[in-house]
Design a protein around this ligand. Structure first.
Ligand SMILES: *[C@@H]1O[C@H](CO)[C@@H](O)[C@H](O)[C@H]1NC(C)=O
Ligand SMILES: *[C@@H]1O[C@H](CO)[C@@H](O)[C@H](O)[C@H]1NC(C)=O
Ligand SMILES: *[C@@H]1O[C@H](CO)[C@@H](O)[C@H](O)[C@H]1NC(C)=O
Ligand SMILES: *[C@@H]1O[C@H](CO)[C@@H](O)[C@H](O)[C@H]1NC(C)=O
Ligand SMILES: *[C@@H]1O[C@H](CO)[C@@H](O)[C@H](O)[C@H]1NC(C)=O
Ligand SMILES: *[C@@H]1O[C@H](CO)[C@@H](O)[C@H](O)[C@H]1NC(C)=O
Ligand SMILES: *[C@@H]1O[C@H](CO)[C@@H](O)[C@H](O)[C@H]1NC(C)=O
Ligand SMILES: *[C@@H]1O[C@H](CO)[C@@H](O)[C@H](O)[C@H]1NC(C)=O
Ligand SMILES: *[C@@H]1O[C@H](CO)[C@@H](O)[C@H](O)[C@H]1NC(C)=O
Ligand SMILES: *[C@@H]1O[C@H](CO)[C@@H](O)[C@H](O)[C@H]1NC(C)=O
Ligand SMILES: *[C@@H]1O[C@H](CO)[C@@H](O)[C@H](O)[C@H]1NC(C)=O
Ligand SMILES: *[C@@H]1O[C@H](CO)[C@@H](O)[C@H](O)[C@H]1NC(C)=O
Length: 688
């Protein structure tokens, strides 16, 4: 509460000697101004309160008999007028009355994060009063914002946040015209349609922040935007914008944050244009249809921290000037047609890099040595390119890596790779599949490390040799928390589906793909080490299409979290351990095409597996098979040896990769690809 006696004390100082007069004045002051708010303003607040259907306990503090300047969320100015109403996250429900607009001293009205609904009486709230900041974000306001008719007044409004509501319709242009003082407009995450309200900065010269992301705005980006000389932040992601970025846009040279991800924007990124945005810190144009080269002038953007150009149709080599962007933290160029040797880029000067994502491009050559100076890297993805060569010992310097994916290149010497990587104590996800063709994995019992690995994939490499015991020594595998890395906004703790260009399915049972060992489609021989049972958190184990022999170790029954177990297409003998039926989460099981014998376990999940899980084992009997255990009739041989789980397959990872790549080769539109994959994965998890 601010001092209420300010006007009185000033006049009193004029009479320092007249003690009687001073005393008298003091009494008068106390009597007249009292330490209370203005009755009329109090009744406006009480009216607002009465209009709510849920006040979240506010009425305990908002009592008629008391000074409303002391009420929860209320601040008064020196004249005892209400200046701020800050009621964010107070569980308020119901509609709001426009009468708050009659509070003539009101500067800030913040009702963010409540459950307020109905129409927003925007005009009533702001037109007649002094409101400078209005934040009603994260509520359930709906309907269209009304066009205003005769307007002579100029609103003092500077910040308007109506984001994360249920607004629809076009953004009213007349409203823009009266907001001559607007600095920030945040309309993100609603369902607005129509064009960008581009007259905003024509009317309001100091306009600085425009966030329209996650709406249904469309059309082209108006060239008027270029007249916004003070515009710092322009966000329009996840809308339906089309056409090129207009040349004029680049006249808005104060821009620090320019992002239009996930639209249908096209054209090339022009050298002469990019250079004009010298203050740019974030450039996010991913998931559009931009083509052409990455402009050389990008090197002039000294303040650039994040460059997101993934999922476009960019081609050509990376400009060596990229090495001049010394503040770069995130370099996302995934799923483009970029090519050439990275050796020309001096990564040593990019030591702030935390994420490099080059997935699905045509880069070749070896991993450039200079990349090993990027010691802050936490995620490096080079998969689906044409890199070759051995891992360098200098890679040791990348110990901060949490996510490393180099799959489907032409790397060699897996033994060396594993020796280097084993001491990466932050490494959680390691994807090596599709490299090291026909090499032999040394069964080195002294191998250890990989302290925090949660996801390992070395499938499709035609590797030979015995499965190393070190795999089963990964005892630190623990059930990871569903936590995304705040520093990067990327979830690097789980095998992130987004890393494959596959949408991450929220609120689905994706926790089932946490802890995985996938070494399918290699040439591994020998027995399955029983020590594998020490990997208590394992939920997917895929050893299919190898040459494992011997029995299925009894100890596998101890992997109680298993959701998927694929041992198909090996040379396993003996019986199926009966206690596998105690694995309550097991929803995909496949031992087809081995040489197993005896009875198929019954009970538990085993009652849900059909024939295809067991075919190709002539000596197996029971279960749902027509081959009963006391009959001598042989099982029919399998009709199809691949895709054993049919549509119950959960090995989304490997499959997803092939899928993504296959479709890309067909030059299908990326957006379609994404939705197809979405459906695919969705179905897989629906079934599990
Ligand atoms: C608040 O108190 C005043 C004075 O006692 C009274 O006139 C007014 O009706 C009251 N308002 C409400 C909403 O109870
Ligand atoms: C409104 O309050 C919320 C919660 O305190 C805060 O995050 C937000 O920045 C405020 N809005 C404005 C415009 O100051
Ligand atoms: C609403 O948007 C304004 C301007 O962009 C911003 O200052 C404010 O923090 C946002 N409010 C919340 C709750 O995020
Ligand atoms: C807009 O508001 C949302 C909250 O709905 C906030 O996350 C976002 O940062 C705001 N945008 C800007 C540019 O301040
Ligand atoms: C978008 O708004 C909805 C409410 O309409 C909210 O639940 C959701 O969290 C918002 N999304 C973001 C990313 O802020
Ligand atoms: C934008 O700026 C250009 C160049 O100064 C000017 O010709 C044009 O009239 C301006 N547009 C608007 C709508 O003010
Ligand atoms: C704005 O950009 C256009 C096209 O790039 C250019 O012709 C024009 O001179 C620029 N206007 C100003 C005021 O810089
Ligand atoms: C930018 O990078 C190029 C190529 O690496 C280099 O020749 C040039 O000196 C750099 N310019 C600046 C200003 O650092
Ligand atoms: C690497 O890619 C570039 C550009 O596509 C090509 O010119 C070059 O021949 C390739 N080098 C190798 C060794 O394949
Ligand atoms: C793999 O690397 C190791 C360690 O540098 C080396 O001893 C071995 O000869 C290499 N293997 C092959 C096949 O080149
Ligand atoms: C499996 O678990 C049981 C009970 O927890 C334990 O007695 C047994 O030793 C374990 N077997 C193996 C091979 O780890
Ligand atoms: C695995 O079984 C196949 C077919 O029975 C046989 O040809 C092959 O030699 C066996 N491999 C091993 C390593 O036992």
């Amino acid at each position: 509460m601010r001092p209420f006696h300010f006007p009185c004390s000033r006049s009193s100082s004029k009479l320092p000697t007249d003690l009687l007069g001073f005393a008298l004045l003091t009494v008068l002051c106390l009597a007249s101004s009292t330490d209370s708010c203005i009755d009329q303003e109090k009744s406006v607040l009480l009216q607002f309160l009465a209009g709510l259907s849920g006040d979240g306990g506010l009425s305990a503090s908002w009592r008629n008999g008391t000074n409303c300047c002391t009420w929860e969320g209320i601040t008064c100015n020196a004249d005892m007028r209400i200046a701020d109403i800050l009621l964010a996250s107070k569980a308020l429900e119901g509609q709001i009355s426009p009468s708050l607009g009659s509070l003539t001293g009101l500067l800030q009205l913040n009702l963010s994060h409540n459950s307020l609904s109905g129409e927003l009486p925007l005009e009533g709230l702001v037109s007649s009063s002094s409101i400078v900041v209005l934040d009603v974000s994260f509520n359930h306001f709906s309907g269209a914002l009304q066009e205003l008719f005769i307007q002579s007044t100029i609103w003092p409004l500077q910040v308007l946040n109506i984001s994360s509501n249920l607004f629809t319709g076009k953004f009213p242009t007349t409203t823009c015209k009266v907001m001559n003082n607007l600095v920030a407009l945040n309309a993100s995450n609603n369902s607005f349609i129509g064009q960008i309200p581009s007259s905003l900065c024509i009317n309001s010269p100091s306009f600085g922040v425009l966030d329209l992301s996650s709406n249904q705005f469309g059309g082209s980006i108006p060239s008027d935007i270029g007249n916004c000389s003070m515009l710092r932040v322009l966000k329009g992601g996840r809308n339906n914008f089309k056409g090129p970025l207009p040349d004029e846009l680049f006249n808005a040279s104060s821009l620090e944050h320019l992002s239009f991800p996930n639209n249908d924007l096209n054209g090339v990124l022009d050298d002469a244009n990019i250079i004009k945005l010298s203050k740019l810190s974030i450039l996010d144009l991913q998931q559009n249809i931009f083509s052409g080269n990455i402009p050389k002038s990008i090197g002039q953007l000294k303040r650039l921290k994040e460059l997101h150009l993934g999922e476009n149709y960019l081609y050509g080599e990376l400009p060596s000037t990229l090495g001049n962007c010394t503040n770069l933290k995130i370099l996302d160029l995934k799923i483009n047609y970029l090519s050439g040797d990275l050796g020309k880029i001096n990564f040593s000067s990019l030591s702030n890099l935390m994420i490099i994502d080059l997935l699905v491009n045509n880069f070749n050559g070896t991993i450039p040595e200079s990349i090993y100076d990027c010691t802050n890297l936490i995620a490096l993805r080079l998969s689906w390119n044409k890199f070759h060569g051995e891992f360098s010992h200098r890679m040791d310097r990348l110990r901060s890596l949490s996510f490393l994916s180099v799959g489907w290149n032409d790397f060699t010497n897996i033994t060396k790779a594993l020796y280097i990587l084993k001491s990466f104590s932050n490494l959680k996800t390691l994807l090596l599949g599709g490299n090291f063709n026909h090499e032999t994995l040394l069964a080195d019992e002294t191998m250890d490390g990989f302290e925090n690995l949660q996801y390992l994939e070395i499938s499709g490499s035609s590797l030979h040799g015995k499965i190393s015991l070190w795999l089963s020594k990964l005892t630190k595998l623990k059930i990871p928390m569903l936590k995304s890395d705040k520093r990067t906004n990327l979830d690097v703790s789980v095998p992130n589906m987004r890393f494959y260009g596959i949408p991450f399915i929220k609120n689905r049972q994706y926790q089932y793909i946490h802890t995985t060992i996938n070494i399918a489609k290699n040439g591994f021989t020998g027995a399955i080490p029983p020590e594998i049972s020490q990997l208590k958190a394992l939920d997917m184990l895929n050893l299919s299409f190898n040459s494992f022999s011997g029995e299925i170790p009894q100890a596998i029954c101890n992997l109680t979290k298993l959701v998927m177990l694929d041992l198909s297409n090996n040379n396993l003998t003996g019986t199926i351990p009966l206690e596998l039926n105690k694995l309550n989460f097991l929803s995909a099981f496949n031992v087809s095409n081995n040489d197993l014998e005896g009875a198929i376990p019954t009970g538990g999940q085993f009652d849900t597996f059909d024939n295809s899980s067991f075919t190709g084992n002539p000596k197996l009997c029971g279960g749902m098979l027509s081959h009963h255990c006391n009959s001598a009739r042989a099982l029919p041989s399998p009709t199809s040896s691949t895709d054993q789980f049919g549509d119950k397959v959960i090995f989304g990872i490997t499959f997803g990769l092939f899928f993504a790549y296959g479709v890309l080769l067909d030059q299908m539109v990326l957006k379609r690809l994404r939705s197809l994959q979405g459906i695919l994965i969705y179905q897989l998890y629906e079934q599990s």
